[in-house]
Design a binder for this molecule. Structure first.
Ligand SMILES: Nc1nc2c(ncn2[C@@H]2O[C@H](COP(=O)(O)OP(=O)(O)OP(=O)(O)O)[C@@H](O)[C@H]2O)c(=O)[nH]1
Ligand SMILES: [Mg+2]
Length: 240
């Protein structure tokens, strides 16, 4: 492995996850005892921060809700300020299996960002109907744009090396959907190399999803608009 696990910062964005965040932190610490775990509670109105702290995580609390992108920018800054060469984003609801983290980190010897991808032939996780078509079309477009085959461009399970951390600490989109789609476009323009690892996605362990089926279909519809805008927006660093 190009890094040891004590060099890895795990950042878990969380909004009102009191039902599950404690178990998720405990599992991550059990599977990856050397890693540092940071939960960013994003304007939560429940006991998310307390549960995460009790389970042994470091916790940052945002007083108002910034959304996943805003919270993750804080995570990149934290990784940079504290000198972590690797930052892994992982959901607080137990859907991402921490056992996949070493596999993702391994891939950072040849790429700057490694994405834990559903739909890459592993696991049972299925999405159907318009949501599936929208996700496929997004992935096809982004694979062409980045020149790398990516099957899950809306995944929130990603490992980043120090080059990616340096770029994203200053330029990580906080707008709606920015943390996935636009982050890929910004990274590509900034010269980052992406890769993916097939992972199994588990069911949420409890609590309430932030999206229901109808909302997530709308969300993906709007993702196309976000992607279109991201692709035509002049690049901050260079515009290849
Ligand atoms: N920082 C932050 N995190 C959020 C916000 N909304 C959701 N999250 C977290 O982002 C992660 C993914 O959100 P989910 O609601 O599980 O979305 P999902 O995994 O696409 O949906 P499900 O499959 O239904 O779980 C979880 O850890 C949430 O707690 C938010 O506004 N801010
Ligand atoms: Mg989830």
């Amino acid at each position: 492995m190009p890094y040891s696990l004590d060099q890895v910062l795990i950042v878990m964005p969380a909004k009102n996850e009191e039902a599950v965040v404690g178990n998720t932190v405990a599992e991550v610490k059990n599977v990856l005892p050397e890693a540092t775990v940071l939960v960013i509670s994003d304007g939560s109105t429940d006991r998310t921060a307390e549960r995460a702290r009790t389970a042994g995580a470091d916790v940052l609390e945002l007083p108002i809700n910034l959304g996943v992108g805003g919270a993750m920018r804080l995570g990149f800054r934290y990784a940079h300020l504290h000198g972590f060469p690797v930052m892994v984003q992982l959901d607080s609801d137990g859907q991402h299996n921490p056992a996949n983290v070493p596999g993702l980190v391994n891939l950072l010897d040849a790429a700057n960002v490694a994405i834990g991808a559903r739909f890459a032939g592993v696991g049972e996780y299925k999405v159907r109907g318009p949501r599936m078509w929208a996700m496929r079309a997004l992935s096809t477009t982004l694979s062409l744009a980045t020149g790398t085959r990516l099957t899950d461009t809306t995944s929130g399970f990603k490992a980043h090396d120090s080059t990616a951390i340096s770029l994203y600490k200053d330029d990580f989109p906080a707008e709606y959907l920015g943390d996935t789609i636009e982050a890929l476009v910004i990274g590509h323009r900034g010269g980052l190399k992406f890769t993916q690892l097939a992972v199994e996605m588990r069911e949420r362990a409890g609590g309430v999803p932030s999206q229901n089926a109808w909302k997530s279909t709308k969300y993906l519809g709007r993702a196309f608009a976000a992607l279109g805008l991201a692709l035509i927006r002049p690049g901050a660093k260079n515009s290849r």
